[in-house]
Design a protein. Structure first.
Length: 406
């Protein structure tokens, strides 16, 4: 979609027609070059800013369960040269025919044992059973949900028959986070941040250390408050029915990144600051942008971030207008002029939303009505200029007249 370029084209057509014909049905057309302000961060990953401000090191990193040189898993979707993925991986209580492993003292040890054993056994049925046969009841109780989620929910569930290895990464990170956390948590928090933990999880993946112990190190290094923030994010991700759950968890991602830090900035300030970040996956830059704004602005940004990279007709214009928080004195026509004269050639929502911020609330509502009619109409034109002009001046003529009238 061409969302933000579209605002400037609408403004140009509308104002150009008004000057040329002084007609009540003069128009402006918009071609939307929808800018995914997160580098189409859409971090997932997307926050993270929010999400994918989805975060640069999205919690999906927890999920990284496949790679050629890394510790394998029973759920390995198998890159070239990897041991074949299992056709029927046994649950944690299955007992393998191999010798029983000596009792393990923690769930994390049992998890790493299972990963190694099932890689060596080529995913044979019961490959994980020996790792917990002599484990304590407590270890078995925390190991079972984590292993069941990895094996049943992901490998034999949503990723069954899927050749793309990122399916397992995403599934485990989005659906099994809290089960894994319950397995690796020591109950002795550290002093680290939620944002730092997301980078830690990503480093586990980057280093090729795909293990419960590595994930546990990341979780246990966080302070108790930040563990709660990551827990809230994990519960949101695992509870979402969306194919892109990170889009439902923007606020949780924002809170993970910035914690309780706030400043005087607005949602528009966050947008413009974010657009200025050289690297849209740079958590330090994103965190600086978000933490400099009020809690209200952070929440509005999180809501609007769910629209990054999406069709502007999907309720997104209202979310962007809410982010703009119109509170000025200018008319809708002046808003169009601002977009045309100031924002031409600029990608992203920051500039148009700043123009909208300067409007009277009633005028901003008229601008939203115009864009809400014109943009989806133009998206069907395949960049045909005649078609786009007709959208603004004819199909959406009523909204255009209302805007130019005030």
């Amino acid at each position: 979609m061409r969302a933000w370029t579209s605002w400037t084209v609408v403004a140009a057509v509308a104002l150009g027609s008004l000057v040329a014909a002084c007609s009540s049905d003069s128009g402006s057309s918009t071609g939307t070059a929808d800018t995914a302000a997160t580098g189409d961060a859409g971090t997932g990953s997307d926050t993270t800013t929010a999400a994918d401000a989805t975060t640069g090191g999205d919690t999906a990193a927890i999920s990284d369960t496949t790679a050629g040189e890394d510790v394998g898993t029973a759920t390995d979707t198998a890159a070239a040269g990897d041991t074949a993925a299992p056709t029927d991986t046994a649950g944690p209580t299955d007992v393998a025919t191999a010798d029983v492993t000596p009792p393990l003292s923690s769930c994390a040890e049992a998890g790493d044992c299972a990963l190694a054993a099932c890689q060596a056994a080529g995913g044979a049925a019961g490959c994980a059973g020996a790792c917990v046969a002599n484990a304590s009841a407590e270890v078995k109780a925390t190991f079972a949900p984590a292993w069941t989620c990895i094996d049943t929910t992901c490998f034999k569930g949503v990723c069954k028959g899927v050749s793309d290895a990122t399916c397992m990464d995403d599934c485990v990170g989005q659906k099994c986070v809290m089960d894994i956390v319950a397995c690796v948590a020591t109950g002795a928090p550290g002093t680290g941040s939620c944002a730092g933990a997301t980078q830690c999880f990503d480093d586990c993946k980057t280093a090729g250390v795909k293990s419960f112990a590595c994930w546990g190190g990341c979780w246990n290094a966080m302070s108790a408050a930040d563990q709660k923030r990551l827990e809230a994010l994990g519960l949101c991700l695992s509870g979402s029915a969306s194919s892109k759950p990170e889009e439902d968890c923007g606020l949780e991602m924002v809170k993970c990144i910035v914690g309780d830090k706030t400043g005087p900035g607005s949602c528009v300030d966050i947008m413009q600051c974010f657009e200025a970040c050289p690297d849209k996956d740079d958590l330090s830059c994103i965190s600086g942008c978000v933490s400099a704004a009020t809690q209200e602005a952070q929440a509005l940004f999180a809501d609007a971030s769910s629209c990054f990279g999406k069709d502007m007709a999907e309720g997104c214009i209202a979310k962007y207008m809410a982010c703009a928080q119109p509170s000025g004195t200018k008319s809708c026509g002046e808003g169009l002029a601002c977009i045309q004269n100031t924002c031409a050639g600029k990608d992203g929502p920051g500039c148009p939303l700043k123009c909208a911020h300067e409007l009277q609330p009633a005028s901003a509502s008229k601008l939203a009505d115009l864009m809400g009619c014109t943009i989806p109409c133009q998206d069907k034109c395949n960049q045909d200029k005649v078609c786009e002009d007709a959208c603004t001046t004819k199909t959406c003529g009523t909204q255009l007249v209302a805007c130019l009238g005030g």
